[in-house]
Design a protein around this ligand. Structure first.
Ligand SMILES: Nc1ncnc2c1ncn2[C@@H]1O[C@H](COP(=O)(O)OS(=O)(=O)O)[C@@H](OP(=O)(O)O)[C@H]1O
Ligand SMILES: [Mg+2]
Ligand SMILES: [Mg+2]
Ligand SMILES: [Mg+2]
Length: 409
């Protein structure tokens, strides 16, 4: 009897040890999926992009998920709603998609980083004055959820409690910005005109610390998934989900490189490292610029291109999708040339894209060759225009830009 017990133990104990050691990693991953702690965020992230224990890991994970959820909201507006478009004081448009996306992103940031400041493009004034508009946005915001309910609740903080608190959350984006501390910059829909016409737009989020961009994420739901697809004129509405072209999420962390990943409604896909395309002859470059002639001087861009020997026509697309596109090598240069002397670029129009291009090996400056300075408040008041190019040719481009624009050399 004793002998048979001994034999049983000899067989079952090693089998039990083997089973536990096989199951343990799965248990850890499952726990990681359902625990709200930063360690769960770290574990899930390390399983997707091998960046474990890196700086700003939690910030990147929260930013990716917050942008993903907000981008899903904008897609739902595009496909099934009247856009509820209003004209702002500067005659630029804002839609229910802009308000809703801003509310969702700020809510996620407040859940995770309650002491951080936020500079965001929109404010809730119009919604406070128009109850029907407020109701529409509130319905949209309630409906926008990630498919993983646990991630939705634990990482993004779950639902906003009421329409009134949604308004207060939108207005939390009123920080003055500046040169100290942690400040997030949000453009809930960049390229609102592109969004309205079914072209390119981007949901943009960046974290600055002491005026330096540390983390950047761009949700570009109308760009092709493939990094190698050549740049096309800005229309993206034909990129239907059924064709498997569901857009792209770009991201970067300072010192850790830039990545792209296919945009999905479900779990985040694995990120893939992206780089600017090597460009040995500037004459071979493809450059991109704004669709709106009021946002960037297309005449000056044509002159600059011709002096550089560039013969390919420019590719016009709305939003920071331009930064993402050149960062992944689908194009080479981004020229944004001042139309008006008094216009100050907004930090939310550039922070994420600037970091993504620089981390992909590019150089981003203003038209005088100065790096973009995000430490002066809500605008880039010390910079004029933007020139983004591979490092190898950036100096040559600036030389010609200065000549054409008559800037001091
Ligand atoms: N005069 C002027 N000069 C430069 N930039 C301006 C100007 N007026 C507006 N804006 C900002 O342009 C943002 C959209 O930029 P894009 O490059 O996407 O322009 S375009 O839509 O492709 O023409 C747009 O961002 P969104 O409002 O988020 O769409 C504006 O912040
Ligand atoms: Mg706007
Ligand atoms: Mg914008
Ligand atoms: Mg915007």
């Amino acid at each position: 009897m004793r002998k048979s017990l001994k034999t049983t133990l000899l067989i079952t104990v090693p089998l039990l040890v083997l089973a536990i050691s096989l199951l343990l990693p799965r248990v850890r991953l499952l726990t990681a999926h359902f625990l709200p702690s930063s360690s769960s965020i770290a574990l899930r992230h390390s399983s997707t992009s091998a960046l474990s224990n890196m700086a700003f890991e939690k910030e990147l994970q929260v930013a990716l998920l917050a942008v993903q959820r907000a981008t899903l909201l904008t897609k739902s507006v595009f496909h099934s709603h009247a856009k509820g478009t209003l004209s702002k004081n500067d005659a630029s448009p804002v839609t229910i998609g802009d308000f809703g996306a801003q509310a969702l992103i700020i809510s996620a940031l407040q859940h995770n980083f309650p002491n951080d400041e936020i500079v965001a493009e929109e404010e809730a004034k119009d919604l406070r004055e128009n109850s029907q508009l407020r109701e529409t946005v509130w319905e949209l915001v309630q409906a926008a959820k990630l498919s993983d309910a646990q991630v939705e609740k634990d990482v993004l903080g779950g639902a906003i409690s009421s329409a009134d608190s949604m308004l207060d959350i939108i207005d939390k984006g009123d920080s003055k910005g500046g040169s100290s501390g942690r400040i997030w910059a949000i453009d809930p829909i960049d390229g609102t005109k592109g969004f309205l016409r079914g072209g390119q737009y981007a949901v943009c989020l960046a974290l600055m610390v002491d005026g330096d961009v540390k983390v950047g994420v761009l949700g570009c739901p109308n760009l092709p998934v493939s990094d190698s697809e050549p740049l096309k004129e800005g229309i993206g509405a034909d990129a239907s989900d059924e064709e498997g072209r569901f857009g792209v999420l770009f991201s970067a962390v300072q010192g850790q490189g830039a990545e792209s990943r296919p945009f999905t409604a479900g779990a985040l896909k694995e990120g893939k490292s992206i780089q600017m395309k090597p460009l040995s002859n500037i004459a071979d470059a493809t450059f991109c610029e704004s669709v709106e002639a009021g946002h960037s001087s297309q005449g000056d861009a044509a002159n600059i291109a011709s002096k550089l020997g560039i013969t390919k026509p420019s590719v016009r697309m709305d939003s920071q999708a331009k930064y993402g596109s050149i960062a992944r090598g689908a194009g080479d240069l981004y020229l944004r040339l001042p139309v008006r002397k008094d216009y100050q670029e907004k930090i939310w129009d550039h922070a994420a894209g600037d970091l993504i291009v620089r981390e992909a090996g590019g150089m981003v400056t203003d038209v005088d060759g100065q790096k973009l300075d995000f430490s002066h408040g809500r605008t880039l008041k010390e910079n004029k225009g933007v020139i983004a190019a591979p490092k190898s040719v950036h100096g040559k481009v600036i030389e010609v830009v200065k000549e054409v624009l008559g800037r001091p050399t």
